[in-house]
Design a protein around this ligand. Structure first.
Ligand SMILES: [Zn+2]
Length: 90
């Protein structure tokens, strides 16, 4: 049975630019069970999730709102999500 490589890095696709990047560099956006769109700081919130990378152009509220609506099927008040806040220090 093949062993999983210990240096394997899980990646996710950015909903905005479609680039594949390490999961830890991505911000997860989740549609919670009540239908609201939330920033998922822990990566563990239940619900349907999508990811947005750190590119400033992908954190643009208008572009990310379109991408989130496409990915999760819900309107997102992205200006309430503080997407432009740098979360790289986690
Ligand atoms: Zn991106």
């Amino acid at each position: 049975m093949p062993k999983r490589r210990p240096d394997h890095i899980p990646t996710r696709t950015c909903a905005v630019c479609r680039a594949s990047r390490p999961k830890r560099e991505m911000l997860r956006i989740v549609r919670a069970t009540d239908g609201s769109i939330q920033r998922d700081e822990t990566g563990r919130l239940p619900g349907r999730g999508t990811y947005i990378c750190q590119e400033p152009s992908c954190r643009d509220p208008e572009r990310s709102a379109i991408a989130i609506r496409r990915a999760l099927g819900s309107e997102a008040a992205t200006e309430m999500l503080n997407l432009e806040v740098n979360d790289a220090a986690t």
